[in-house]
Design a protein around this ligand. Sequence first.
Ligand code: PMP
Length: 400
Amino acid sequence: MRYSKTITGLTGGGSDGWDIYRKARRMQRDGTEVTMLTIGEHDIRTDAQILDALHRFAHAGHTGYTTFDGEPELKDRIATRLSERTGVPTTPANVLIVPGGQGGLFAAHHAICDPGDTALYIDPYYTTYPGTIRTVGAIPLAIEARPRHGFQPQPEDIARAADAAGNARSLLVNTPNNPTGVVYTRKTLEGIAEICTDKGLWLLSDEVYDTQVWNGDHLSPRALPGMAERTLVIGSMSKSHAMTGSRVGWVVGPEEAIAHMANLATHTTYGISGYIQHAAAFALDLGPAFEEQIAEPFRRRRDLVMAQMEGQNAARPIPADGAMYVMVDIRSTGLSGEAFADGLLDRHHVAVMPGESFGQAAAGHVRVALTVADDLLVAAVARLVELAAELAAQHAEPAQ
Ligand code: PMP
């Protein structure tokens, strides 16, 4: 049978960058103990208080169809949260409830791009970005944020890409960043805001890691002068509240954009489960102390890993200021991230993600997810450093 070009072209062909992950899972199934530092998911489950709330709201009758754009109670909480956190006046009419940040990325691109338009995004990137853009029939165009710039995107590169494309409609950014753990500086975000304004671009700001910032506060580009009218913020309960499986997130933006996306929701999701939305509102009411408790292990492990890697140069960590990852530069070994990750898995049964899984800019790097218990993480990182040192020494002095 024939399938649509949109669906068959979604992944862009070639490797999807998950070969190492699949190999590690196979090894686990065959009985090998593998330390998995691959996926961005907490090593705890959703908190019992939130599970109780899910149960309570389900029994209270929130099991039927809901309003397509989201339950007023949850929209209200998100509006208040964003007003307080960013200083930008935000009302429930600026909020759409979606099935996780991923649902938000999908809705936002559908609201903005036509087939054939160019949608810009920053490389290294979260793996679904180009495919999400292709769901609209738009053309994904990556702009590299390079290691020598500390993985901060350079506004002039964005301007050049927008000019070259001629029909760029949007720019997608993500801070705190997956995969690099880098938090964009105010200067970077101001530069981005200026380019978006100059070139007439929408800014899509993926802020799903906004509660995981290790130095200073999260800065949302929507709060920069003139940006609220051209920014769609994508948020989620997944990372902040360890609710990945509940699939609840939001898009915040101008009323008109939200009204269009509500119309899309009517024709796609048909709304998000009511008891999940009410439990999400309950979870938000647990306040910042709860969110800090969820984020704390990643801050602690980030400090552990950064300290552990001091005093050697073979495996160089990129200073991670947020999110649940540390990106490590292993170019001293002369290997690609893929070859190094493969060797680490074979030799030491430690699985990390090759930088190349996230685009070209992170080639020669590996991403370490801080998502296992401290002692396991420290043992795994010791193996990683040991292997990098050995390979770097071989690379520096090739065998005769
Ligand atoms: N954006 C980024 C940068 C992510 O890392 C993820 C999940 N890993 C998502 C969006 C999607 O998260 P969810 O749909 O669970 O909210």
